[in-house]
Ligand binder design. Structure first.
Ligand code: C2O
Ligand code: CU
Ligand code: CU
Length: 456
């Protein structure tokens, strides 16, 4: 099934039923009150879901579904989300990739106090950049994301694009056993290496689903990696597809031919030419099938590749005046439990500092202080063999170069730093605040690979 824009909006008007969760509560949810103003009501609550046929998994979800409700807003407009926490623990929502005021960034004790059980918080901000983004908590992340608190946030372009059809695909490997029970979200031995991997591969919450698309149409596939740990080696063998955007931001369209490494937190927008009716194609992770893309007859479609997506209004860094700052991502032998991290052991450091999730009353000094309005080059160095999807909040940076592969410069919020790689990225420090810089492998983030960049 593929959606036209109207069908997507119409679909949101329906009522969702949230099943009986671990707390035994049953919530009935309405859809945004005034759709035109992008008002949403979002509720985080326990929900029993069926990931493995015949078995129940005690998930946590947004608005009673996984992936969480797809939030859509038009570029440049206000998004208002009234969020209510019906979990048994504090939480926040972070809007991954969105350039917004620090008070709306969802980081506990920097942006806001955690939203306690039973409390509500209104997030409201303008959405300057079009593209595929997502939202998730920034509290107890390995568990809260691990149990299913993730949802897509789609910022539509101001003007219609050349795409008549689109589909959002959220990739996640669940930490469950064969009976659907959760296994550990974070194992110390794994946290110190690649990160704790889930075992059940899913696309939109289903293992190896068949996704029907309109034969002959060109569909915008928005592929989001909402997983805690896994980097997917995405490939679509034997098909015609082009890359239109990376991590939300448009690129000059180019053929999607080889594997693309999509690390945790990252997104890719593809134009996919659906083959004739009856053909099936595999969306794969390396040699493994993630989903089958089917093809059904739904009339005729334009077969012209859409024009490139319009660029987002991200400031171009001035490389001539930019100051260079180096960030080393290092593995360290187990450090004693860090009192600032609830005694959790630390295995990682950025520039000699190990920082975990933010706790009340624990202030780590920023990794760097930037002057508002100035341009900077960040040099990211991976001192170890494990991949780090390096993510920065509140600011969008331009990837300039790498010592491992050829880079066609592009804007992003997350750069997948490979084994022993050094990469250079640049940005204009045009958004004041204390912004998280962290690895999006949640295990790495919680055991040291997290710090802040202060812009003032
Ligand atoms: Cu998806 Cu701190 O971010
Ligand atoms: Cu983020
Ligand atoms: Cu990492």
């Amino acid at each position: 099934m593929s959606f036209t824009r109207r069908q997507v909006l119409g679909g949101l008007a329906s009522l969702a039923v949230v099943g009986v969760g671990a707390g035994g509560a049953r919530w009935w949810l309405g859809r945004p009150v005034i759709a035109a103003e992008h008002d949403y009501e979002l509720i985080a609550a326990p929900l029993d879901i069926e990931l493995i046929p015949g078995h129940v998994t005690p998930a946590l979800t947004y608005n009673g579904r996984f992936p969480g409700q797809e939030i859509r807003v038009r570029q440049g407009e206000w998004l208002r989300v009234r969020f209510t926490n019906h979990l048994g623990q504090p939480t926040t929502i972070h809007w991954h990739g969105i350039r917004l005021p620090i008070a709306m960034d969802g980081v506990p004790f920097i942006s806001q106090a955690p939203v306690l059980p039973g409390e509500s918080f209104v997030y409201q901000f303008k959405t300057p950049d079009a593209g595929s983004y997502w939202y998730h908590p920034h509290v107890a992340s390995s568990e809260q994301l691990g149990r299913g608190l993730e949802g897509p946030l789609i910022v539509e372009e101001r003007e219609p694009t050349g795409f008549a059809h689109e589909m959002t695909l959220c990739l996640k490997n669940w930490h469950v056993d064969k009976d659907g029970a959760f296994t550990a979200f974070s194992i110390p031995r794994e946290a110190a290496r690649v990160g704790t991997l889930g075992r059940l591969t899913t696309v939109n919450g289903q293992h190896a689903p068949v996704i029907e698309l309109a034969a002959g149409a060109i569909v915008r596939l928005r592929i989001l990696n909402v997983d805690n740990t896994a980097t997917y080696r995405l490939n679509l063998p034997g098909v015609e597809a082009r890359i239109y955007a990376l991590d939300g931001h448009p690129v000059e369209p180019r053929p999607f031919e080889e594997e693309y490494l999509l690390g945790p937190g990252m997104r890719i927008d593809l134009a996919y030419k659906v083959p004739p009716a009856g053909t099936t194609v595999s969306l794969r992770n390396g040699p493994l099938r993630l989903a089958t893309l089917g093809s059904v007859d739904q009339g005729t479609h334009t077969t012209e590749w859409p024009r490139p997506l319009p660029a987002n209004p991200v400031s171009e860094p001035d490389l001539a005046t930019a100051e260079t700052l180096a960030f080393r991502f290092e593995w360290v032998a187990t450090l004693a439990g860090d009192p600032g991290n609830c005694g959790k052991a630390m295995y990682w450091q950025i520039n000699g500092q190990a920082g975990g999730e933010h706790k009340e009353g624990v202030e780590h000094p920023p990794l760097a202080k930037l002057t508002l309005g100035k341009s900077y080059i960040f040099e990211f160095r991976n001192m170890a063999q494990y991949l780090h999807p390096v993510h920065l909040h509140g600011l969008t940076f331009k990837v300039l170069s790498s010592d491992r592969h050829r880079i066609i410069p592009y804007f992003t919020d997350t750069y997948l730093l490979g084994k022993n790689e050094t990469a250079r990225v640049a940005l204009v420090a045009d958004n004041p605040g204390k912004w998280m810089l962290h690895c999006h492998v949640i295990d790495h983030m919680e055991t040291g690979l997290m710090g802040t960049i202060e812009v003032s």
